[in-house]
Design a protein around this ligand. Structure first.
Ligand code: SF4
Length: 161
């Protein structure tokens, strides 16, 4: 299927969970193949995945989505070094790390995602957020863009709060 998609010389390839349910060896082969082909053809790839390991090893830029909307955007290395949105922080803390000492419990994000056909007008993450403030329950977060190319949709970074 990847070969069929690339045979049209697309400018953009949208790969939605291309490595789901594959074992890690085949996953690495598929990602290498896509990287090689897209480098040679100059195709940009939008990779949709739940695997932070795949994102870390493949992507230049990350857009983190929650409840169908972007919550944080920026260069991959900066987002993994210093996640700013509480949802991104929770995602990264929930991944097992071989380079961390100790055998503590993995962090999880409490609660459940909202119903996306009935989203609130406020921050949809606030029932699950440890940093929620009063404004989070009243208004959808304003976007803040930083000089290093990062954009975050969270009241923690807004002067308006
Ligand atoms: S806007 Fe408020 S509730 Fe939403 S992620 Fe930021 S701090 Fe948490």
């Amino acid at each position: 299927m990847i070969a069929m998609a690339l045979s049209c010389n697309p400018e953009i390839l949208i790969a939605d969970e291309p490595t789901s349910a594959l074992d890690v060896t085949i996953q690495a082969q598929i990602l290498d193949l896509m990287k090689d082909l897209t480098n040679r053809l100059g195709t940009a790839v939008i990779l949709i995945t739940h695997s932070l390991g795949v994102v870390a090893g493949t992507c230049d830029t990350i857009c983190v989505m929650y409840a169908g909307r972007f919550v944080e955007r920026g260069p991959t290395d900066l987002i993994f070094e210093n996640p700013m949105h509480p949802y991104t922080q929770g995602l990264i803390k929930s991944v097992p790390r071989l380079d961390k000492k100790g055998h503590g419990r993995l962090t999880s994000i409490r609660g459940q995602p909202p119903n996306v056909i009935d989203l609130p007008d406020c921050c949809p993450f606030y029932p699950r957020c440890d940093k929620a403030m009063d404004i989070c329950k009243r208004k959808y977060p304003a976007w803040k863009t930083f000089d290093n190319g990062r954009t975050v949709g969270c009241w923690l970074y807004s002067e308006e709060k």
